[in-house]
Design a protein around this ligand. Structure first.
Ligand SMILES: [Zn+2]
Length: 255
């Protein structure tokens, strides 16, 4: 880490955690009440640095408030609670839309056929420095229909995947490019989910995780944090692999 970054973070962490941020944590960040007390201080420190380093931009007329920013910063800091140095190094800006937004698509398939048009999206993660989120979907996940889904965790898991190449070792059909325990666990879980979806079986993971290994990792991360006991009972090896990677054991947290 460059020395200037180190010093800047040191100063950011030294500042007191603002009282209105604390209120937002208690009122609007459900995971706060589940966090064991030993994480409170490190978690608040992560949020201070994240708020200091990342830019937020309201899009399509959304007027950004501290509440928007702290809710996003808080959930973004959960996966990096035990990873103090990185803070999503490639990420510079979080673009927040009030609702699903229309994205331009321009794709060329293997036969060279180009499709272009627009499609509605809830969120995106780019390795070029941005994450895009829709606030109404965040509100759905956190307050209106709380459960296993969490758009913020989903997109920030993509950031980590894009940075570390976590799912690069497994193909879209579930084959392993390089044999190691992580890839084997990921591939086995991914193939199992695809099979369950094909057979119309119930599963704790959202069916969107069957699209490709990157979506599988993000969908699994959502459940790992939001409903860890269910993930552990249905996919114990996957739970353990995620627990090793994040260095977190959310089944031990409060409910
Ligand atoms: Zn995704």
């Amino acid at each position: 880490m460059p020395i200037v970054t180190y010093i800047r973070r040191w100063f950011a962490k030294r500042k007191p955690f603002p009282a209105d941020w604390q209120q937002i944590l208690e009122k609007d960040v459900p995971v706060w009440s589940r966090l064991p007390a030993r994480y409170h201080e490190p978690f608040r420190n992560r949020i201070k640095v994240f708020m200091d380093e990342k830019l937020f931009e309201g899009c399509n007329g959304l007027q950004l408030t501290e509440r928007h920013k702290i809710v996003i910063a808080a959930y973004a800091c959960i996966p990096i609670l035990e990873e103090p140095s990185e803070y999503y190094r490639d990420l510079q800006v979080i673009l927040l839309y009030p609702d699903d937004y229309m994205a331009t698509i321009h794709e060329e398939d293997e036969a060279g056929v180009i499709t272009s048009g627009t499609e509605a999206r809830k969120g995106e993660s780019w390795d070029t420095g941005s994450v895009v989120l829709s606030w109404s979907d965040i509100e759905d996940n956190l307050y209106r229909k709380p459960g296993k889904q969490n758009l913020i965790l989903h997109e920030f898991a993509h950031q980590l995947d894009q940075h570390y190449g976590l799912t690069a070792g497994v193909s879209d059909t579930g084959e392993i490019y390089q044999d190691n325990e992580w890839n084997r666990t990921l591939a086995a879980g991914y193939r199992d989910l695809n099979q369950k979806i094909r057979r119309n079986r119930k599963t704790v993971l959202d069916r969107y995780g069957a699209v490709n290994p990157a979506e599988f990792f993000s969908v699994s991360t959502e459940v790992f944090i939001e409903n860890p006991a269910l993930l552990k009972s249905e996919y114990p090896s996957l739970y353990n692999a995620l627990s090793d990677f994040y260095r977190l054991n959310p089944v031990e947290w409060g409910r």
